[in-house]
Write a protein that binds this ligand. Structure first.
Ligand code: NAP
Length: 547
């Protein structure tokens, strides 16, 4: 701490050195990092427990799409030996239990205030401190604020009239704590993103009828979940250092080895075999363990896309339904690829109907169900799986004010931009984890790198007695290289398919690439380079550029 900061704290000017907003994967890791650097930290959390996204998204079928052994922290070697993941893709309940265990193990709960919403965060230029105001009217003064608010916290709820509906209606991310019974009920699911795709097969098994409202079909990979045996778990635990090395080196932060194979160099007759092996391996292995150029070469992507369409046609018995389920307006990967647990098979059930929202748009709720362009449909339960105002939404909804009283909403009026997903010009000593233009990758390793980096920046600034701040030029430069990285892929067509990582899923939201697609390893290298350069990049006085 600087002398000025120490004096301020002694005078009672700050309540705590750092306020972290959110007690999910990011907030807990950040608290650990800052505490270990001697920075007093308090977390403010809206939920009544830790978990973040894993606290709120307790809908039926919620489970990870990353393999359990890498969807966790690496910072605590004893924890990774002690914790036994049950399945390849753990359930929401298991991930939440894991995060609860981490909070207890590191005695975090005493510094977490639960059940409070942050309603404003304001930077004062004279004192150079932040004042954070909560829904209970409480204010906290801190030197640093870290928004660990997640990427997918602000619901997109596009239909009016829910208050008139006499049945039960739930958005997937505000699911009740008690299980919902679908037995004998007429159920609707609106939305076929990663969430709807997890919900649909389970609800179909219980409901009397299930009507699925689909706008854009997705390329759904079979998850092929399995229970982990002791032998498998022990093998991972013995080899954990290598697992984290794989994660560090893999462009999407997964424990996959490079395949060193591109489609053009593969005999045409063998290409289907390669794709078939990826399909059988399950999960994201179809994308990352088949061809290295699947996301960058149009011909390779066309091949991989058609392969999936043919799988859909083979699985789904009714040809009309099968064609409706086939994506045609975007490449595989052009929207975040969901994992299915017998998703396509579900459409062979007699009680499941697929409605094409493009031909028959949902207009609004009615007393008895939904009004669509074709007329009214009656339901007992309506599940809204229509996604989120992703990445930037949590921040633009929070009334964050930086220099000159500028809000982050105003700063991002033309689209959200930050330096490497962590810092925004005009907002000194304010950090985001998983903010705009951070890597599109398995989140826990990204979170760990970002939390560590933020910790190092804060320590550096404390030692140097300066504010942590980036210039507009630094942010612009990072955006430029982010756009260039994205342009080198075939994923731009996701815009036509309302991809949320382009901001294209929310009417009126500025379209801007919200993720770094240049690979997590290159991103981690740049973080290390910034450190080697003495964190020049975070100093507004520096004209340093990136890329
Ligand atoms: P999403 O991917 O944005 O999907 C929303 C769905 O709602 C889309 O099918 C969308 O259609 C549809 N929709 C939106 N507005 C509509 C309207 N007015 N009428 C009809 N349909 C409408 O949201 P999500 O499924 O909640 O998933 C968001 C992200 O959360 C995922 O991509 C993933 O990153 C994360 N997630 C992760 C996991 C996991 O890791 N296990 C599980 C669930 C979610 P269009 O496609 O046409 O816009």
């Amino acid at each position: 701490m600087t002398n000025a900061a120490q004096a301020a704290e002694q005078k009672g000017e700050v309540d705590v050195e750092a306020i972290v907003i959110g007690a999910g994967f990011s907030g807990l890791r950040c608290m650990h990092e800052l505490r270990s650097r001697g920075i007093s930290t308090k977390i403010l959390e809206k939920g009544t427990d830790v978990g973040g996204t894993w606290y709120w998204n307790r809908y039926p079928g919620a489970r990870t799409d990353s393999e359990s052994w890498v969807y966790c922290y690496s910072f605590d070697k004893d924890l990774q030996q002690e914790w036994d993941w049950k399945e390849r893709f753990p359930t929401q309940a298991e991930v939440q239990a894991y995060l609860g265990h981490v909070a207890d193990r590191h005695d975090m709960r005493k510094d977490i205030e639960f059940g409070v919403m942050v309603e404003a965060a304001k930077f004062d230029e004279d004192s150079q401190l932040w004042t954070v105001t909560t829904s209970t009217g409480q204010t906290y003064t801190s030197r640093y604020v870290v928004a660990a608010t997640g990427q997918l916290g602000i619901q997109h709820f596009p239909f009016a009239g829910v208050e008139n509906f006499q049945g039960q209606a739930y958005h997937s991310s505000s699911w009740p704590k008690e299980p919902v019974d679908f037995t004998g009920k007429r159920v609707a699911v609106i939305g076929t993103g990663a969430t709807g795709i997890q919900i649909i097969p389970l609800v179909a098994q219980e409901a009397e009828s299930l009507t699925v409202f689909q706008r854009t079909p997705n390329y759904v990979m079979p998850a092929r979940n399995f229970a982990l045996t002791d032998t498998h778990r022990n093998a991972i635990k013995r080899d954990y250092d290598r697992v984290w090395e794989q994660v560090r080196d893999q462009p999407f932060g997964m424990a996959f080895d490079p395949v060193n194979r591109i489609s053009g160099d593969t005999e045409p007759a063998s290409r289907d075999q390669v794709l078939q092996a990826g399909w059988e391996a399950g999960g994201f292995r179809y994308i990352f363990e088949t061809f290295d150029d699947l996301l960058t070469d149009q011909e390779c992507n066309d091949l991989a896309s058609e392969f999936v369409r043919n799988k859909i046609r083979a699985i789904v018995k009714d040809p009309k339904t099968a064609e409706l389920l086939c994506p045609t307006n975007h490449p595989v990967g052009g929207k975040r690829v969901p994992l299915g647990h017998f998703y396509y098979e579900t459409f062979n059930r007699d009680n499941v109907t697929l409605v094409d929202v493009n031909a028959n748009p949902v207009e609004r709720f009615t007393e008895k169900g939904l009004k669509t362009a074709d007329g009214e449909l009656e339901f007992d339960v309506i599940i809204i799986a229509t996604g989120f105002d992703a990445v930037s939404g949590a921040l633009t909804h929070m009334n964050v004010r930086g220099r000159d009283g500028q809000t982050i909403e105003n700063r991002w009026a033309d689209g959200a931009e930050s330096f490497m997903g962590m810092m925004v010009d005009g907002f000194p000593n304010f950090f985001t984890i998983l903010g705009p233009q951070g890597p599109f990758a398995n989140n826990p390793p990204v979170i760990e790198h970002q939390a560590e980096w933020i910790g190092k920046v804060i320590t550096h600034c404390e030692q140097e007695g300066k504010l942590a701040e980036v210039s507009r030029q630094t942010v612009n430069d990072w955006f430029r290289v982010t756009q260039e990285a994205f342009d080198s892929t075939v994923l731009g067509k996701g815009e036509e398919a309302n991809s949320w990582y382009l901001g294209a899923n929310i009417p009126g939201k500025a379209h801007k690439i919200l993720y770094w697609f240049g690979g997590a390893p290159a991103y981690f290298d740049l973080l290390e380079e910034a450190e080697r350069r003495g964190f020049d990049l975070v100093d507004a006085r520096s004209a340093a550029t990136v890329g």
